[in-house]
Design a protein around this ligand. Structure first.
Ligand code: FPP
Length: 233
């Protein structure tokens, strides 16, 4: 059996432990993790996946040491300048979801530039969650809906699930069919809480820097063997 698989969402976890196991600084794990991300994004584009969303930096991650946050932001700068080009060349549309006002202005400018440049691409939608938190996203959407109602542009009974989804950062993106978390942790960490209502979950013990396109393929094979019922019998 083959299930519809339009959207894979990944929680990339375990960079720190990968580095620690090798006696390396945490930054070495993030560097290797960024290489893995590149491999997986390319594989997803080559496999014809419609959408891939990755959790690159959560709102909680701002609480890490200044050194680690600075390292991740510089890695992001590098990623925005060079690595994303390769994915873009494969016809991918790149989008960012999250709270932009926390990010440095040069990073936001680069993000907006990439989004504009790729907005008409129609292969993979590569969605990067940056400074992202799902509850904050839902609150922002609720506020927007309230404003629309107060302004008389929307009636309360017109606020359906579809209309509400349109107020989220992920507007226009189909809900994830499959959520993968690496490193053996089995929790969602404030990731896409509205969007994952009917998603399948796969938790792998592999640390993110060791994750590979081959493992992704075997997880997809497992997903295809599952019976998805969406609450029906
Ligand atoms: C989780 O590992 C990973 C992150 C917090 C960041 C994810 C970042 C990358 C994969 C690199 C690419 C990122 C950018 C910004 C281009 P962890 O540090 O929580 O690992 P641990 O749980 O083992 O400590």
């Amino acid at each position: 059996m083959t299930n519809t698989l339009k959207h894979i969402a990944i929680i990339m976890d375990g960079n720190g432990r990968w580095a620690q196991k090798r006696g390396l600084p945490r930054s070495a794990g993030h560097k290797k993790g960024a290489e893995t991300l590149q491999e997986i994004a390319k594989a997803a584009a080559d496999m014809g996946i419609e959408c891939l969303t990755v959790y690159a930096f959560s709102t909680e991650n701002w609480k890490r040491s200044k050194d680690e946050v600075d390292y991740l932001m510089n890695l992001l700068r590098q990623y925005l300048k060079s690595e994303l080009k390769e994915i873009q060349e494969r016809g991918a549309r790149i989008r960012f979801i999250g709270e932009r006002k926390m990010l440095d202005a040069d990073i936001v400018a680069q993000m907006e530039h990439i989004e504009r440049e790729t907005e008409n691409n129609d292969k993979l939608t590569f969605c990067v969650a940056l400074s992202y938190g799902s509850r904050a996203e839902i609150i922002a959407a609720a506020r927007q809906a309230a404003e629309e109602i107060t302004a008389g542009r929307l009636k309360p009974d017109q606020l359906t699930e579809d209309v509400f989804s349109g107020f989220l950062y992920t507007a226009g993106i189909p809900d994830p069919d499959l959520v993968i978390r690496t490193s053996g942790e089995q929790r969602l960490s404030n990731y896409l809480l509205w969007q994952i209502a009917y998603s399948e979950f796969y938790f792998t013990p592999t640390l993110w820097p060791d994750f590979s396109a081959d493992e992704l393929k075997s997880i997809i094979a497992d997903f295809n063997s599952r019976e998805r019922r969406y609450g029906k019998i």
